[in-house]
Design a protein around this ligand. Structure first.
Ligand SMILES: [Zn+2]
Length: 186
């Protein structure tokens, strides 16, 4: 009997945890999309570049969780995700803002003058920053000042998978839809 209840509550805990990861994945997906699209509208890009920035925003919004074994992006990227999630500590270097500053400094001189590539790289970075911002609002926080300070910093105690998390996801989806309308009409 005891074993049955133990197994049952363990199963419930696993299901709940998986739900949390799904919701977080969705929130990051919509936030990345919104960030990429918002950048495109702000930069007044042509429609094709807007689409590239928004799509890259989704990728950037999910990419930092390549350090988590159960994240959607880890599961979808096969061997690459398998290796990265085992080599990198969760909420370690991939969640440090300085990494994306360095990436921007390295990538921008390399991408040349192709507007589509520029739009995609900017969308990617905007998406990644949206991910870091959202994770910083969680009690676990992010290594905001790494490598100066290894300690993770949390800006707000918003629970993963909670009502506010879901609300942020919906607002980001609305924001992305608004940006799409602006991009089409401009
Ligand atoms: Zn994360």
């Amino acid at each position: 009997m005891l074993i049955f209840f133990g197994t049952f509550s363990l199963q419930q805990a696993i299901t709940k945890r998986e739900e949390c990861h799904n919701l977080v994945g969705k929130t990051h997906f919509y936030a990345g999309l919104c960030a990429g699209a918002a950048f495109a509208v702000w930069a007044d890009l042509p429609l094709l570049d807007c689409a590239a920035a928004a799509a890259a925003g989704i990728l950037g919004g999910l990419a930092p969780d390549l350090d988590h074994r159960k994240s959607k992006i880890t599961q979808k990227t096969g061997m690459f995700g398998f290796v990265s999630s085992r080599m990198l500590k969760h909420r370690g270097v991939l969640h440090a803002p300085i990494l994306y500053v360095v990436l921007a400094a390295v990538l921008f001189p390399c991408i040349g003058v192709y507007p589509l590539t520029r739009a995609a790289v900017c969308g990617l970075l905007a998406g990644a920053l949206s991910h870091l911002f959202l994770d910083a609002l969680n009690p676990s926080g992010i290594p905001l000042l790494w490598p100066l300070l290894k300690k993770r910093i949390s800006l707000l105690p918003i629970q993963t998978g909670g009502r506010i998390d879901r609300l942020i996801g919906r607002l980001c989806l609305l924001g992305a839809a608004w940006c799409a309308v602006c991009a089409v009409l401009s």
